[in-house]
Design a protein around this ligand. Structure first.
Ligand code: ARG
Length: 372
């Protein structure tokens, strides 16, 4: 009797091909930018074998650090990219339990806050694996206030889960961590020593402090997915330091945020009878001045928009010397105060490239949907 052998030609599923391509591009980029990284061919064989066997592969700590830094370098909306090389990368890929993630997010805030001398930090938790998504942080930043209209959803969810706080002005929302799409999120109150805050006062108006305003020091974005070489890290909170206008113009000034221009105008006795009196413009300047002054006096790192603008121009020049372009989104780069008084206003940029990787990707309303 003759047995006939059936030969199966195995087709690679497209997702695997995409993963292999992304991995290869990244490993080659790492090798070309980091001469110490060794022979990419050997590493590529290793990576290919892992992807074929498990549908994914593990970055070395060096690849992870490089990937995270380049993701920052590639962030088209960020004016603060000059220091991308100095990003502190915390390798926490072994952590996937919400309790551990929360604890390390608090430690992230302590490391980043550094007593006021802020350090740019990213904490990278477990990546998604095929068929096994990793935990997500719900909420756009590690620190957010309950009375910020922007946090309405997170506040509602925290309350639903049983959080009782949020009754006072500027109450810090609990951290929300969800382990899997079919699991209920857990909430964790932030320890006081993890949240560095600055009460706001004005250099020339003693009544300003009476408004009772404050803001936190560390802007740690927690709702973006870090993608490196085809691997997605959905929990990878990162921070730089604030540029004053983010707080003074947008967070406190926007009509759909704290909407404080009328109160500031009243404090400074501005004539609000007509738009042409430019009372909003003058209030914006006072508010921004108060923010910069207060952080400075408190010894907490912050940048003004003029300085950050010229740093960004230096960044573009430095990148050009390395033969790299700097994709940038004009409407995000130009500061929301005195735009035309900064150099970044008066030029155009290489257009943002949605395909550029490594990258911090935006997620939609559903944290479990793919980021882009
Ligand atoms: N614009 C956001 C805020 O006001 C922070 C975004 C990140 N900003 C930064 N400087 N790294 O809270």
């Amino acid at each position: 009797m003759r047995l006939q052998r059936t030969v199966f030609t195995r087709r690679r599923p497209p997702a695997l091909t995409a993963k292999l391509d992304a991995a290869e591009t990244f490993i080659r980029q790492f090798a070309s930018e980091d001469p110490e990284s060794g022979d990419p061919e050997r590493r590529l064989r290793e990576v290919r074998a892992a992807v074929e066997a498990h549908g994914t592969y593990e970055h070395t700590p060096e690849e992870l650090a490089f990937g995270a830094r380049v993701a920052w370098r590639n962030a088209a909306r960020c004016i603060g990219r000059l220091y991308w090389r100095s990003l502190v990368v915390r390798d926490l890929r072994h952590l996937r339990h919400p309790d551990d993630i929360a604890e390390q997010c608090f430690e992230h805030l302590r490391v980043a806050g550094n007593g006021g001398r802020l350090r740019p930090v990213v904490s990278v938790f477990a990546p998604d694996r095929p068929g096994r998504p990793a935990a997500r942080l719900l909420g756009e930043q590690l620190v957010r206030y309950a009375d910020d209209p922007r946090s309405e959803k997170r506040l509602a969810l925290a309350r639903e889960l049983g959080w009782k706080g949020g009754k006072e002005d500027f109450d810090v929302l609990p951290l929300l961590v969800q382990a899997a799409p079919d699991r209920s999120p857990e909430f964790y109150e932030l320890p006081d020593d993890a949240v560095l805050e600055v009460p706001l006062r004005h250099p020339h108006h003693s009544g300003f402090a009476g408004l009772g305003l404050r803001w936190y020091a560390v802007p740690a974005v927690s709702d973006m997915t870090l993608e490196i070489g085809g691997v997605s890290y959905p929990a990878a909170p990162f921070n730089g330091w604030y540029m004053g206008t983010e707080i003074g113009s947008r967070n406190l000034g926007d009509a759909d945020r704290y909407d404080l221009l009328p109160a500031v105008a009243a404090l400074f006795d501005l004539d609000t009878a007509s738009d042409r009196n430019l009372w909003r413009d003058r209030a914006l300047v006072e508010l921004n001045l108060a923010v910069l002054h207060s952080f400075q006096e408190a010894g907490v790192t912050i940048a003004d928009h003029h300085t950050e603008s010229s740093r960004f121009i230096s960044h573009i020049e430095r990148e050009r010397r390395h033969g790299r372009s700097v994709p940038a989104d004009w409407s995000w780069i130009v500061p929301p105060l005195s735009g035309s008084a900064t150099a970044v206003f008066h030029r155009s940029y290489d257009p943002p490239d949605a395909e550029l990787r490594p990258a911090f990707l935006r997620r939609g309303a559903d944290p479990w949907a793919p980021a882009s």
